[in-house]
Design a protein. Structure first.
Lengths: 128, 128
DNA sequence: AGTCAAGTTCTACGGAACGTAGAAAAGTTG
DNA sequence: CAACTTTTCTACGTTCCGTAGAACTTGACT
């Protein structure tokens, strides 16, 4: 139950954008951001979505454990449970986890990483 | 279009099992293996699937680019396009690739790897 | 050559996930 | 209370996947 649809991902992107800032977004915030011409690398933007559409998606994301909703405040506030980086790293572990030969997979994985990333990894591994 | 269903994965497991041996399997081979009491860690085994079911799955896997089929020989022969390890590593790259901050993801990823795997990684990174 | 059995293709149905959203209920504000 | 906003409920269409029957193709055997 890890994969996201296109719209779900778009919404997560919005939430992730404000994750550091501990900015819990209201629905209105999200709609505003999504309509905003952000310079537009996004891809899903451009359409005017119905309010309920976004709410439905938020509910589904909540059920999946990716979004937390503050039900206390009146316009509810939504936020990503974990940062995009944490979530992605977790996903990578999920993918890796299902393999019988983890080390062989890692070997191939490392084989196609950029040099700068390899450097980062060396540094990180040193500290363990 | 990367995710597999339960049966699709089971079939891939069979194909991957013989990938090294360059053994291109016929449908019959696969059915035999799937029914075989392999010691049974599998999970999907036990049911008697219709022949056409497996064929359908093979076709879908072919469309997804995971399986190659030799149409020349009469009982067609099926084989995984890449090894399980390669495929998994590729998946990991796909997951990682979608992140804006790859290095941050890697940092978190490394943070939760077993010590023996960390050791493996150090070795691999040294050789680059 | 004619029949039989195995292999393959086509078509299809039911269930789940997802995009999408209307109708209605609940709550807020003036 | 009336008007507006937010949330909940329900639902429909599409695509993916498990599952498989019907029918066509082809090699084998008599």
């Amino acid at each position: 139950m890890a994969s996201l649809g296109e719209l779900e991902r778009a919404v997560m992107d919005l939430l992730w954008a404000g994750h550091e800032a501990a900015t819990a977004n209201t629905l209105r915030d999200l709609l505003a951001q999504s309509t905003e011409a952000t310079g537009g690398a996004a891809g899903h933007e451009g359409k005017e979505l119905a309010v309920t559409t976004v709410l439905t998606v938020l509910s589904r994301l909540e059920k999946k454990g990716l979004v937390e909703r503050e039900r206390g405040t009146r316009p509810h506030r939504y936020q990503a449970v974990s940062s995009r980086e944490d979530h992605t790293a977790e996903l990578m572990h999920e993918v890796l986890g299902s393999a019988p030969d983890r080390e062989a997979v890692l070997a191939r994985f490392i084989g196609s990483v950029t040099e700068s990333e390899a450097e980062t990894l060396r540094k990180l591994l040193g500290h363990i």
